[in-house]
Design a protein. Sequence first.
Length: 143
Amino acid sequence: MDTASIIDVLNRLLQILCRSLPRYLEDAYPWAGHNDEPIEAMLAGVAADQSAMADTIARTVIEQGGRPEPGRFPSEFTAINDLAIRFLLERLIEHQQRDVAAMEECVAALAPMPVMRALAEEALRGAKEHLDIMNEVRANRYA
């Protein structure tokens, strides 16, 4: 696998992390009621973790001689600006499932490069943990 291909895959991971729904909602400030603190805390934690992982991947892109390209948020996100955070929980889970699947593709693409694959696997592990946390918040909210 050539360096340009590695950088492309790393930038795809970077885009997933930087342009996720939790990262979008960091600045969109969805409406939250007083009973929504667990969702707000989960969302803040996921966004912080994604930001930290994105920083690591961006540094790796630079070390590989590339330029980090975080991309843009999907335009579909603007349609949810006025929604309540409890309503967004299901969408967060759906988007996280998609992000996990996309990260699995990145891990597979980096299979020939053990060090880069390990970095992608770390990002994937984090994404799966976030999905578990989201599902746990949903289960506790509706239990």
